[in-house]
Design a protein around this ligand. Sequence first.
Ligand code: ATP
Ligand code: MG
Length: 183
Amino acid sequence: MLEELSDHLMDIAMNSVRAGAKNVGISVVADKSRNVLTVTIVDDGKGMDENMVRSVTDPFFSTKAGKRIGLGIPLLKGATEMCDGQFTLESKNGSGTRIRASFALDHPDLPPLGNVKETIFLLCVTNPGVRFRLRYRPDSEEFAFDTKEITDKLESVPINHPEVIGFLKRYLSENSCQERTCG
Ligand SMILES: Nc1ncnc2c1ncn2[C@@H]1O[C@H](COP(=O)(O)OP(=O)(O)OP(=O)(O)O)[C@@H](O)[C@H]1O
Ligand SMILES: [Mg+2]
């Protein structure tokens, strides 16, 4: 298990980027009444065929160059199982992938969320050609973010322009959420 849920998010979202996704949707939502924290990552990357979908939860499967061990997906799946949750992966060759991981909110082993907004910030500035959308509701307050809202205003200035980076960092750190748990 990785230390924080935002570390898992980074790995799974980078899988999407490596799969050629131009749109990556991330949602992190806590539902106290159902005692569930649900993390969903949806992309429009190249997807996987049925065999690959079966193989990716095996730690000895990776298509990264020079790598025979792929841990991102098995680690997230393992974390959900440890926290009485569920892991589902749906994917189609050519049309993208959806990963859903749930956790019991009150489970003692639930990893801390970490800084989800900082993770989105890093994803945006290191992958300027990708549209990231975030729906983040760790408690009663919801935060929504869409790269497109920023890039539309920027016109031809890239999102990783130094001045934009500073703005984006401030924007995303407002109302920063770094709770250890979602409780
Ligand atoms: N969103 C995705 N779209 C298409 N293929 C994917 C996606 N996510 C994972 N894969 C495939 O599944 C493999 C395993 O992913 P996983 O995250 O477990 O390991 P990895 O990315 O190869 O290595 P690591 O995460 O340990 O750096 C990837 O190498 C890639 O081939
Ligand atoms: Mg990975």
